[in-house]
Design a protein around this ligand. Structure first.
Ligand code: LMR
Length: 396
């Protein structure tokens, strides 16, 4: 490297630890290896098949798509409109503006940029642990974060009181980042009563909720997974919702997201919308089309929507069943039974995570997060025994 190179001034960045697992697992030649890493649904053969409703919609697009011309910075308006009742329900108390984004990450990034532009000294109240990309985006944008403990990993306990205390001490105008359902990485969600209490506090303190809803339909069901966060949005003056179809439509690599801004006032929302469009333009100009077009084609068709709901429900049931089986097979993991979605945060140290990988070929995030969908009815006992051995510090 020559010191005159512009790149010489950069600091080296560690590879993303979660995404590195994809390659590490692929390179492992052991036959019984188990992949509990990145959050994708898997069937009992360990495969992540394209959903049948998606294949059907892709066929329709292949035969009938008239043009590939640009759609504009907002992306596919039909997609955005058809998702609205699924996300917000039929009775929306606010004016709503949406843009299509490249995945949930694009939506989170745009939301945080908007908040920073609106209020340069804005603070974000964030539960720990959270999805690592949340804090990385906030740090990169120079947004001050105020952390509270969302989940006690050792005790496997949701930190509801900690969150309420953090919100109680918040300043009016602070933002709060909340996972709508299927908390990533812990799987520990608030009950409807707890969401109602959060909503009351958000209203009383004048806080701005940023809801990350990336797993709708994979926890308790499409409606159930949205019910709590809807209370919070309804109670707030303004709000933002980052959505992802990557998981509930199985469209991962197509990067299918959306950002919705909500305000009680139409003029204020117009102001937000013009800024969101401008930010989208400078970030990616126009979002990728295919995945959103697939979702739109599905939601435009009653038959395909029914099929999608059934396929999503089958995925949900499979993951919930594995969760119950694991909670039953390992007494130390009994709290998992009351949690939701793809993830669970196991009470493991980084060294124990490494032991499971090196000695047993079991791959999970360094934090101890597992993707339950990577388990199968046949490998679950192998996993349970390896986990227990590791917990007791027995030689592998
Ligand atoms: C995950 O948490 O595994 C997924 O959301 C994939 C990602 O981008 O981190």
């Amino acid at each position: 490297m020559t010191s005159s190179s512009v790149f010489a001034g950069l600091s080296p960045q560690a590879p993303d630890s979660l995404l590195s697992l994809i390659g590490a697992y692929r390179r492992d030649s052991r036959p019984g290896k188990i992949d509990l890493g990145v959050g994708v649904f898997r069937d009992d053969d360990g495969a992540t098949p394209v959903m049948a409703c998606v294949k059907a919609a892709e066929q329709i697009l292949l035969n009938g798509q008239p043009t590939k011309a640009y759609l504009g910075p907002e992306g596919d308006i039909g997609y955005l409109d058809l998702l609205k009742p699924i996300i917000f329900g039929d009775a929306v108390s606010h004016e709503v503006f949406g843009v299509q984004t490249p995945g949930g990450t694009g939506a989170i990034r745009l939301a945080c940029e908007l908040l920073k532009a609106a209020r340069p000294d804005i603070r974000m109240i964030v539960g720990a642990p959270t999805w690592p990309n949340h804090t990385q985006i906030l740090d990169q944008l120079g947004i001050e974060t105020v952390a509270f403990r969302h989940y006690d990993q050792r005790a496997q306990r949701l930190g509801f009181d900690e969150m309420m205390a953090a919100l109680e001490t918040a300043r009016a105008g602070d933002a709060v980042l909340l996972h709508g359902c299927c908390h990533n990485p812990s799987g520990a969600d608030y009950s409807l009563e707890q969401w109602a209490a959060i909503a009351a506090l958000v209203a009383r303190k004048g806080l701005i909720p940023l809801i990350d809803l990336a797993y709708q339909g994979l926890g308790l069901g499409l409606e159930e997974d949205a019910a709590g966060m809807r209370l919070v949005l309804a109670a707030a003056e303004d709000g933002l919702l980052a959505y992802s179809c990557d998981k509930n439509f199985g469209l991962y690599r197509e990067r299918v997201g959306a950002l919705y801004a909500l305000s009680r006032d139409a003029d204020t929302l117009d102001l937000a919308a013009s800024n969101i469009r401008a930010l989208a333009r400078t970030n990616w100009s126009m979002p990728p089309d295919h995945g959103a077009a697939v979702v739109r084609v599905i939601l435009e068709s009653e038959t395909l929507t029914t099929q999608w709901r059934a396929e999503l429900e089958a995925m949900r049931v499979r993951v919930a069943d594995l969760r119950q089986r694991l909670a039953k097979a390992v007494p130390a993991l009994a709290p998992l039974a009351g949690q939701h979605g793809l993830f669970a945060l196991l009470p493991l140290s980084p060294a124990q995570v490494a032991t499971l990988r090196e000695d047993h070929g079991i791959y999970m995030a360094g934090s101890g997060r597992i993707n339950l969908a990577g388990l199968t009815v046949t490998n679950i006992d192998t996993f349970a025994r390896a986990f227990e051995a590791c917990l007791q510090g027995e030689p592998a």
